[in-house]
Design a protein around this ligand. Structure first.
Ligand code: SF4
Ligand code: SF4
Length: 208
């Protein structure tokens, strides 16, 4: 092989080998042992990676639980059974919180609720609500554009007849829809509670 090629190739090869050995040494020397309970906790978590626990995903939440930065009760998708299992690994007793489901507190279909104006702006409830509080005459009414539908990673919400509707069978109680609704009309309610007032109007008497 031509020396003009052989010499640089040899130098690059030697340098690569040298840096590789240094990196291998440094990673071994400064290796931080991971608590084996992180893997155990991670296996229990449902893997939804929805962020309902307040962490970027199940991996980050498992680390936070094991290192004492988070309570084992924050995974709403796993609920009480998962919290109990995590508590057993961490050696703590966990109180059941009871399962919850999201519910839209509005039934303002076109027959029940009039519109102030026709909205033709950005397809977003958040954007629509910036214009006089939205197009509904009722200032607490569902705008029906579906920001909550986009926020739900579990396909539990759809807009039916202009109002968001939640399929409780599919709802994992992650609560992402609650934060997404600019009208604040989605609430987490205890599972099995059949009767809730499906209206968010807080005005009194004739005003309402
Ligand atoms: S409806 Fe969807 S976004 Fe809302 S709590 Fe249930 S799963 Fe989460
Ligand atoms: S419940 Fe809230 S976010 Fe969902 S469609 Fe109605 S106004 Fe929009």
């Amino acid at each position: 092989m031509d020396l003009q090629i052989l010499i640089p190739v040899t130098i690059i090869g030697v340098l690569g080998l040298g840096f590789g050995l240094i990196l291998a040494y440094v990673s071994k020397r400064f290796d931080v042992p991971v608590d084996p309970r992180v893997e155990q906790v991670r296996k229990i978590l449902p893997g939804a990676n929805c962020g309902a626990c307040g962490y970027s995903g199940c991996d980050a939440y498992a680390v936070a639980v094991v290192y004492g930065q988070a309570a084992p009760t924050l995974c709403t998708v796993g609920g009480d059974p998962v919290a109990r299992e995590m508590g057993a690994i961490m050696g703590v007793t966990v109180q059941d919180k009871g399962a919850k489901k999201a519910r839209v507190l509005c039934k303002g279909t076109p027959e029940r609720s009039r519109r102030k104006y026709g909205y033709e702006g950005i397809e977003s409830c958040a954007a629509a609500s910036l214009l006089y509080g939205g197009s509904m005459e009722c200032p607490y009414g569902c705008l029906g554009i579906g920001d909550c539908v986009k926020a739900c990673q579990f396909g539990a919400i759809r807009v039916v007849d202009g109002v968001a509707f939640i399929d409780e069978e599919k709802c994992t109680a992650c609560a992402m829809c609650v934060a997404s609704c600019p009208k604040g009309i989605i609430r987490m309610v205890k599972q099995g509670v059949a009767a809730t007032t499906r209206c968010s109007n807080r005005d009194k008497g004739a005003v309402a």
